[in-house]
Design a protein around this ligand. Structure first.
Ligand SMILES: Cc1ncc(COP(=O)(O)O)c(C=O)c1O
Length: 455
């Protein structure tokens, strides 16, 4: 019965197969952003299919944001979904120099990490190694780190799980690859926050998933709208703590709706809890995973924000009924984080340094955020109030993509909300981080540079 179901899932309708070929061509760079596709009539003749099949494929890809249909002018590859997004690529520091650019997002405060302590812990681990540590480590990650994560999740995130459920991976993309190889079939739909984190989309497309963009409002992703529009979607990927990029928390009623949604029809929620530790006011809502009685939530965490991104260490908590499937995939996709690093992280957590560091960082980020908010206010920019997270949103009027490009040209790594959108239009805004601003003077200098760049 299950095999039949799987086979039925594999047999994608022709228009979805064509849509998939097109997304692969976009991802591989064969079809460049902005390029014009043949008309549906020409394409249908070339491929030997009905014109309606091509129309369906184009229509689906336009709804997902891969393509733009510009009436008489034709159908074009969208600028916003391509991995070669200009505003993103040009805002990275030049090769070899990893000093953060002003406002650069996705980075914790690099100056505030206790590097001396870290090297002491790592040196101690190195000295304690025996010849057995030279052997290949377990594919699902070191037991000592998985146990430390279980303890941390219980204490800090009210999540009750066992070490067998935890899979260490080399970053979030690998975690998603692992989860999707274990659970997803090509052609299945995934509800995605719109706007949402663009850098995971190539991984979802590689798994053959159909993008189902759902609008985000002040309560987070609109689950009911998602369910109405895409009743057959099988996954929902969400950032409930601080929606990426808008920073709103998924409300409690929406969390319940999400869990009810998942409890039906063999569906899965993937909770990306990437920066929930950084909350400055009020009590954080518990993660969706902590309310997950039916065990339909796959929880994804990372050390990229709470420690540092060069660790390339993230993890997944698999529901108990999926552990065997995840382990099977992990055997062919083993954890590549070196054991020395995994042991050092485990020591860092078990010896209490992690909690001390997080406490220090909450204070540090609260202060840096305040510096930047005040400096931006002096330049006439407002900041959307937010309870947590490590980036902020500056609402603007006009074309935010053009503004972000101007800022990028001036060496400022701000991004536009529009560039994170797929199908839903909405307010314009600039996204920026404050984590590496080390003084009020530096905040003022950067805010002035932004005002100057946008003139
Ligand atoms: C929304 C979101 N999820 C997850 C991650 C973590 O990614 P990684 O663990 O690969 O650094 C990030 C990092 O920037 C992020 O912004």
């Amino acid at each position: 019965m299950k095999q039949e179901k799987d086979a039925a899932r594999h047999a994608l309708p022709r228009y979805q197969q064509i849509a998939r070929q097109l997304t692969q061509a976009i991802l591989s760079g064969e079809l460049l952003p902005g390029s014009r596709l043949p008309s549906s009539r020409t394409m249908a003749l070339e491929m030997g299919v009905a014109r309606a099949t091509i129309e369906n494929a184009y229509g689906d890809l336009a709804a997902q944001g891969w393509l733009e249909r510009r009436g008489q002018a034709g159908t074009f590859v969208s600028q916003t979904l391509s991995p070669a997004q200009p505003a993103f690529t040009t805002s990275a520091p030049p090769a070899g120099n990893r000093e953060p650019l002003p406002f650069q997002m996705g980075l914790p405060a690099l100056d505030a990490f206790p590097r001396a302590l870290w090297s002491r812990l790592m040196g101690r681990r190195l000295r304690l190694q025996t010849r057995f540590d030279l052997a290949a480590p377990p594919c699902e990650g070191e037991a000592v780190l998985r146990q430390a994560i279980v303890d941390y999740l219980r204490f800090s995130r009210s999540i009750d799980c066992q070490p067998e459920q935890v899979f260490i991976t080399a970053g979030y993309s690998m975690a998603m690859t692992l989860a999707l190889r274990a659970l997803a079939q090509p052609g299945e739909g995934i509800l995605l926050e719109d706007p949402g984190f663009p850098f995971i989309r190539p991984v979802l497309a590689q798994a053959g998933l159909r993008f189902c963009p759902v609008a985000v409002d002040s309560e987070g992703m609109d689950i009911r709208q998602g369910n109405q529009r895409y009743p057959d979607a099988r996954f929902a990927l969400i950032t409930p703590a601080h929606q990426s990029p808008l920073g709103v928390a998924l409300s409690l009623p929406r969390r319940r709706e999400l869990l009810d949604w998942a409890a039906l029809n063999d569906r899965w929620v993937i909770e990306d809890d990437y920066d929930s530790e950084f909350r400055y006011h009020g009590k954080p809502l518990p993660p969706v995973k902590s309310l997950d009685a039916p065990q339909r939530v796959i929880y994804a965490g990372t050390f990229s924000k709470s420690l540092f991104p060069a660790l390339r260490t993230a993890w997944l908590v698999a529901p108990p009924q999926c552990v065997a499937a995840f382990r099977q995939v992990a055997q062919h996709l083993p954890c590549t984080v070196p054991p020395l690093y995994q042991h050092t992280i485990a020591d860092f957590i078990r010896e209490g340094h992690f909690w001390r560091h997080l406490k220090k960082m909450r204070h540090c980020y609260g202060q840096r955020r305040q510096w930047l908010e005040s400096a931006l206010a002096e330049q006439g920019f407002a900041v959307t109030p937010q309870q947590g997270g490590i980036q902020l949103v500056v609402p603007v009027t006009g074309n935010d993509s053009e503004m972000a490009s101007k800022a990028v040209k001036a060496g400022l790594a701000v991004q536009a909300i529009s560039d994170w959108r797929m199908a839903h239009k909405g307010e314009s805004g600039l996204l920026m981080s404050f984590t590496n601003i080390v003084s009020p003077e530096q905040a003022r200098k950067q805010a002035r540079a932004l005002r100057e760049a946008l003139k």
